[in-house]
Write a protein that binds this ligand. Structure first.
Ligand code: 1SD
Ligand code: ZN
Length: 262
């Protein structure tokens, strides 16, 4: 089946609001975080539940990113979820995906002190009090995204490798596969999850709904240049290399950015 022309692309992020008015809103993401202007807050630590080995994750090229979905029939009792971290409720894991650059000088969506990273991973969760992701997306405390920066280290990340290995199987828009190896979400978290930024914002892709409680971990995850390169070889919605699939930063507009340290 041939897909219709994409309705939006990362090549024209400033034009999104004409079709998706919320993209022109005042609480948009990502943002450039200035650590000096953050408010130090004593949030409790996060607890990660069932973040261990997840079998049969679905890997999908949606034309904008590589998305790793929890399988649809995943047993409720084993559902990966998070509590703590200053979140008011339990948030259930749905998927993770990444944003990256055409080279390692750019790629992350959020910036710290105007500085970016080669990639940013988003672990998407919904507030279980709303029952489903679709229902939760209607509320400003509906979704919690954990953002993890990726930086280039000297060797391959072993925990990252099972993801990278099957990217060749989703080379183009619409491709999907089931992962052969179980994925440990905990191993994809950075070494230290006790230090993070927190603010209220939006989804970074249309329709840019302002429903996200953002957590941006301070510590990056180290992967190799080779591993990042595999992402840059995927093809996107327009058939060209899927690179620079990040949205540039938007104004903070007086929002408070909180910071939890150690
Ligand atoms: O870009 C993703 C989008 O693909 C989808 O996963 C959405 C959640 O339904 O989230 C955005 S993002 O804000 O996590 N980048
Ligand atoms: Zn994202």
């Amino acid at each position: 089946i041939k897909k219709a022309k994409p309705v939006w692309t990362h090549k024209d992020t400033t034009g999104w609001h004409s079709q998706f008015p919320t993209c022109g809103g005042l609480q948009q993401s990502p943002i450039d975080i200035q650590p000096k202007s953050t408010v130090l807050t004593a949030y409790p630590k996060f607890t990660f539940h069932n973040y261990g080995n997840i079998e049969n994750m679905e890997l999908i090229n949606n034309g904008h990113s590589a998305v790793f979905n929890l399988p649809p029939d995943y047993p409720t009792d084993d559902m990966p979820h998070i509590t703590g971290g200053g979140l008011e409720n339990t948030f259930a894991f749905v998927q993770f995906h990444l944003h990256w650059g055409n080279n390692s000088s750019q790629g992350s969506e959020h910036l710290i002190k105007s500085k970016g990273y080669p990639a940013e991973m988003h672990m998407v969760h919904f507030n279980t009090k709303y029952g489903s992701f679709a229902e939760a997306s209607k509320y400003e405390d509906g979704v919690a995204v954990l953002a993890i920066f990726l930086k280039v280290g000297s060797s391959d990340s072993q925990s990252f490798q099972p993801l990278v290995e099957q990217l060749g199987e989703i080379a183009k828009d619409g491709d999907e596969v089931i992962l052969r190896n179980p994925i440990s979400l905990s191993n994809l978290l950075p070494g230290r999850t006790s230090s993070f930024y927190r603010y209220s914002g939006s989804l970074t892709t249309p329709a840019c709904q302002q429903i996200v409680i953002w957590t941006i971990f301070d510590t990056p995850l180290e992967v190799s240049e080779n591993q990042l390169e595999k992402f840059r070889h995927l093809k996107g919605d327009d058939g060209t290399n899927m690179v620079n699939n990040f949205r540039p930063t938007l104004p903070v507009n007086g929002r408070t950015i909180f910071y939890r340290s150690f």
